[in-house]
Design a protein around this ligand. Structure first.
Ligand SMILES: CC(=O)SCCNC(=O)CCNC(=O)[C@H](O)C(C)(C)COP(=O)(O)OP(=O)(O)OC[C@H]1O[C@@H](n2cnc3c(N)ncnc32)[C@H](O)[C@@H]1OP(=O)(O)O
Ligand SMILES: CC(C)C(=O)C(=O)O
Ligand SMILES: [Mg+2]
Length: 518
């Protein structure tokens, strides 16, 4: 017996599977059980063998194949349930029978329709039978938190007398609040006075969102086994989330009770596995295993984390098996995170260029939920590495109206040096119309040689990158433009190509003048 440790009793495969909509087959349960063993949980409750032949088979397979943890099977106090549970777990390295009956007056009167004496008799018979099969018997008093403490203590004392070695005090309907639950548990422990060989356990449900808080308070008051599930799955609003309890005990190092012996680096992959196999997605903001659990978007936080991650992180992402903390670029980000990302992408840009990009990036954020590295790359290529320093034409504004399937009218405003120029044109589509408007503004007729538009990222709000080439008066040039709006990306690419044409023409004139001078 190790008193100074909190045992983790995982019931993902039993109470977790009781969630409406979850139905795991044997192979899936085995996969999860193997990962639970890798994680190092103390007990795997593998199922409720009396429930069905399939459940019995799954429990049996886990008992035979998964080494390390105790394998438990749940049973009502009925003899047939206890025998089925034993059939399920008997081949385990360390088998446990977990039997239960309700102790609250509400359950006795309305559900079981039993008197208190009848319940006591069920407990005596069931625990004695279970104990004749294995040394490891757990007894749970269902709906304990709504039970009369005197009767509950009487039931638990009897369970210990008949051989139960773990006493579980469930908050079956998630009605408890932490201070009250902790005091309730401490009172019951004192009344039962079970001695050092008995482990006190709790099993909390999340109907009021307090399952983890109640479990931690119970640990503080003496519980040394906590029943919980991966991702907090379970009946109704679920059970206490294992990863949250375990990390709370680990991160706060003894402030609330002793630690567990789990290898927490398995959490992230196990959470993903359970989510995929059950079809229950993990919310992005879920503690410990959510996608955003170690992500920072706000500039002030990003700056802090860049300086020292302890400013905004209480644990390391790596400690729960997640990729190291991420700085997500979005509209709340600041210059520090932005510059650091550009540098990490391998670009060494002048501070002025970074500043110029930062302004464009913020504009982009108003149009896009999240800015990816690909989006940033498109901006850098488009705005910094293109001919920005020699730009003659700058796109100022544009407007397009589609009129039927093949007709569109566009108005475009360009800065040509210091002069603002606006004109309108029609075309057989919005892109054709904006190109025609540019031609009218410039009184030029460049020939479009090629045109391609592609999404830079895969999401619906992805940046579109337009690439095209034109020829004018014997000079050909390519242009590129990026935007969340494909018409704007095309227009930018067209203006970019014209600027290159002008640049080449200018270069040729200078060369000719120099030749003449020679
Ligand atoms: C709080 C919890 O999570 S408890 C565990 C809940 N999990 C499950 O119920 C999943 C597995 N359950 C099942 O597959 C089925 O309910 C079975 C096989 C156990 C029983 O099925 P059925 O025989 O059709 O009974 P049903 O489920 O309709 O009713 C439950 C019966 O068990 C009795 N019962 C309930 N809990 C207990 C208990 N802990 N000990 C003894 N009897 C109990 C009820 O009073 C009722 O008895 P009755 O049939 O004489 O009226
Ligand atoms: C069977 C018991 C432990 C249970 O799941 C509950 O009371 O919630
Ligand atoms: Mg439960």
């Amino acid at each position: 017996m190790t008193p100074d440790k909190v045992r983790i009793f995982d019931t993902t495969l039993r109470d977790g599977e009781q969630s409406p909509g979850i139905n795991l087959n044997r192979a899936e349960k085995l996969q999860i059980a193997r990962q639970l063993a890798r994680l190092g949980v103390d007990v795997i409750e593998a199922g409720f063998p009396a429930a069905s032949e399939g459940d019995l088979e799954s429990v049996r397979a886990i008992a035979r194949e998964v080494k390390g943890p105790i394998v438990a099977g749940l049973a009502r106090t009925r003899n047939e349930d206890i025998m089925a549970a034993w059939e399920g777990v008997r081949h385990a390295e360390r088998p446990r029978i977990h039997t239960f009956i309700a102790t609250s007056d509400i359950h006795l009167e309305h559900k079981l329709r039993m008197s208190r004496d009848e319940v006591l008799e069920e407990v005596r018979r069931a625990v004695t039978l279970a104990r004749s099969l294995t040394d490891d018997v757990e007894f749970s008093a269902e709906d304990a938190s709504r039970s009369d403490p005197a009767f509950l203590a009487q039931v638990l004392r009897l369970a210990v007398e008949c051989g139960a070695r773990t006493l579980n005090v469930p908050d079956t309907v998630g009605y408890a609040v932490p201070a009250e639950f902790g005091a309730f548990l401490a009172d019951i422990m004192a009344r039962v006075d079970a001695g050092r060989d008995v482990i006190w356990s709790v099993h909390c449900h999340d109907d009021l969102g307090l399952a983890v808080a109640n479990s931690l308070e119970a640990v503080r008051c003496g519980a040394r086994q906590v029943e919980c599930t991966v991702n907090g799955l379970g009946e109704r609003a679920g059970n206490a989330a294992m990863e949250e309890i375990v990390m709370a005990l680990r991160v706060r190092r003894g402030a609330d009770g002793p630690d567990t012996t789990l290898d927490t680096t398995v959490f992230q992959s196990l959470s993903g596995l359970v989510s995929r196999l059950t079809g229950f997605p993990v919310p992005p903001n879920k503690a410990i295993v959510g996608r955003n659990a170690f992500a920072h978007e706000a500039g002030i936080h990003q700056h802090g984390v860049l300086r020292h991650r302890s400013t905004y992180e209480i644990m390391k992402a790596e400690d729960v098996g997640a990729p190291s903390s991420r700085l997500v670029l979005g509209k709340h980000s600041g210059r520090h995170a932005f510059a650091s990302r550009i540098e990490a992408m391998g670009y060494a840009l002048e501070p002025e260029a970074v500043e110029e990009l930062f302004v464009l990036f913020k504009n982009l954020c108003d149009r896009k939920e999240m800015v990816t590295d690909d989006d940033l790359e498109a901006l850098i290529v488009d705005e910094v590495l293109s001919v920005s320093s020699q730009k003659r034409l700058v796109l100022k504004d544009y407007m397009v109206q589609s009129a039927g399937r093949d007709r569109a009218t566009a108005t475009v405003t360009l800065m040509d040096g210091d002069a603002e120029k606006t004109d309108a044109a029609t075309g057989n589509g919005p892109v054709d119309a904006v190109f025609s408007a540019v031609k009218r503004i410039m009184s030029l007729e460049p020939k479009l040689l090629s045109y391609r538009i592609e999404a830079v990222t895969e999401r619906a709000d992805a940046m579109g990158q337009a690439s095209l080439s034109i020829s004018l008066d014997g000079v050909s040039a390519a242009g590129r433009g990026a935007s969340t709006d494909v018409i704007e990306a095309s227009l930018k690419a067209y203006v970019n190509a014209l600027n290159r044409v002008f640049q080449i023409q200018e270069g040729r004139q200078v060369a000719r003048a120099m030749e003449g001078a020679c």
